[in-house]
Every structure is written in C-alpha cells, then in structure tokens.
Design a protein around this ligand. Structure first.
Ligand SMILES: [Zn+2]
Length: 78
C-alpha cells in the first residue's frame, strides 16, 4: 500500500482520523461539562453572582458553547 498522496488533493490538508476522533471526544467532554456548569450556575448561591468574576466567566463560556452548538447544527443542515 502506497502512502503517497495524489498531487491533485493538495487544496485541503489531510487531518489524521485519530486526531479528529480525539478532537471530537474533547469537544463532547466540553459540551457535557458546560451543561453541568450551566446547572451549577443557575442554582449557585453566590452572593455576588452578577459581579463575581468566576460566575461571569462561567456565563461567558456557556454563551460561547451555545454559539458553538448553534453553528454546528447549521453546518449539519448544510
Ligand atoms: Zn460567583
């Protein structure tokens, strides 16, 4: 079996499948953790939930993850 790539397929870099698998695994873990974080954030008894830096950053992460989910749904639809 030859490992040489055809010259015509140079427009896209070949991503190794093991990298893609690991990448999707990590993304999945981040999504699960973000959901757990969202639950914690909505039930937290932080005295300064609106000014607390940890709560603010947690919210920012959840907002970005929501954007990521929205975007991936758009891509899947085509
Ligand atoms: Zn807090």
């Amino acid at each position: 079996m030859s490992t040489q790539k055809p010259i015509e397929t140079t427009q896209m870099t070949q991503i190794p499948p093991e990298f893609m698998n690991r990448f999707s695994e990590i993304v999945r873990d981040i999504l699960i953790l973000s959901q757990e974080l969202a639950f914690e954030l909505s039930t937290i008894e932080c005295q300064n939930a609106h000014t607390c830096e940890v709560c603010k950053k947690a919210r920012e992460i959840i907002i970005k993850v929501k954007e990521l989910i929205k975007l991936s749904k758009q891509i899947q639809k085509g």
